[in-house]
Ligand binder design. Structure first.
Ligand code: PPE
Length: 307
């Protein structure tokens, strides 16, 4: 996905020009993937620009940092303020927000303890991650031959830079085979998630999503959609399911900050339901898109005004 550059990037407490936001080649986070990051969206709501669940995202950044023994030089509250300042400085009404914290340059060697920690916040416009067509008609996915990183090898619930090699391999395989996205299984052959999305399955009037110990990122959109579904009276269960259960699904959809709620219309060349986004997916997608645009007062606490 192409990025349209903006004016300013926040670096360690200061706004600097976009083109100056570079790093040294010996950055530990680049050499070994020792960083943590977030993906957040700011929406142009009925009450002006507002960031969706900003605090929860910055809290997750802090817990991802903790998982790799990294002490963030800024509190989540300071990073929330810095995010809003950066959006204002770039005069954006809606955007994607990419905070990243990583071990910087000191020496060489795998151990980063004692290395400086660098923090950047980048904001830029973003449309539908899996395309407008995908949002409307659903996407085509396959099951990856790469398993999701396991709980025994990395902190699988943290959003760590190095872990994304796993997702990159899986999504490249999907794209090279003509699919839009990938579904990864975990070490127990249960469904985990996509390369940048959590997954939901609808069957017999119930909505299922894998539990946090399935080797998934605790998605903030996942949490939002689970709460919305329960509030709407759906039976919502965190439960493992196998690859073959994907083929029994009446509906499947992905959730994520970038992907929002994206229907899946085909899995492993088999139609999901009748091959069109189903009623539960469409209802939850519409509700979610109304909520993020500030049209539902009940969920106003999820929106943090930028101005
Ligand atoms: N699983 C993974 C592996 C993941 O990367 C994301 C976010 C999610 C689930 C959904 O989490 P949440 O955004 O909190 O609902 N993926 C980001 C996109 C990755 C990319 O850089 O591209 C995102 O949606 O911002």
């Amino acid at each position: 996905m192409q990025i349209q550059p903006t004016d300013k990037i926040w670096k360690n407490g200061k706004l600097i020009p976009w083109k100056d936001a570079t790093v040294h080649v010996l950055t530990h986070g680049l050499q070994y993937g020792t960083g943590a990051f977030e993906g957040i969206r700011c929406y142009d709501t009925v009450n002006g620009p507002a960031v969706f669940r900003l605090k929860e995202h910055m809290d997750r950044l802090a817990s991802s940092a903790k998982a790799i023994n990294m002490k963030l030089p800024y509190s989540p509250a300071e990073l929330c303020e810095a995010t809003k300042e950066t959006i204002r400085a770039n005069k954006l009404d809606s955007c994607y927000i990419r905070p990243i914290a990583f071990y910087g340059v000191s020496g060489i060697g795998v151990n980063p303890i004692g290395y400086p920690v660098e923090v950047f916040i980048v904001v830029f416009p973003m449309g539908a991650y899996l395309g407008d067509e995908g949002m409307k008609h659903g996407i085509r996915v396959h099951t990856s031959s790469w398993h999701r990183v396991t709980n025994g090898s990395v902190p699988a619930t943290a959003k760590i830079c190095g872990d994304y090699l796993n997702g990159a391999l899986a999504v490249m395989e999907a794209k090279l085979n003509g699919f839009d996205e990938t579904i990864m299984l975990n070490e127990l052959h249960m469904v985990a998630e996509g390369s940048g999305e959590n997954i939901f399955l609808v069957r017999d009037g119930k909505i299922l999503t894998p539990p946090l110990n399935a080797g998934i990122l605790p998605g903030i959109t996942r949490d939002s959609v689970m709460r919305i579904a329960k509030d709407m009276g759906y039976e919502m269960v965190e439960q493992n399911f196998a690859r073959s259960e994907l083929y029994l699904a009446e509906e499947l959809f992905f959730t994520g900050t970038a992907a929002e709620v994206t229907p899946i219309r085909e899995v492993d060349r088999r139609a999901v339901g009748d091959g069109k986004p189903g009623p539960v997916t469409k209802t939850l997608q519409a509700k979610f898109l109304d909520i993020v645009r500030g049209k539902e007062r009940k969920y106003a606490k999820w929106l943090d005004p930028v101005k």
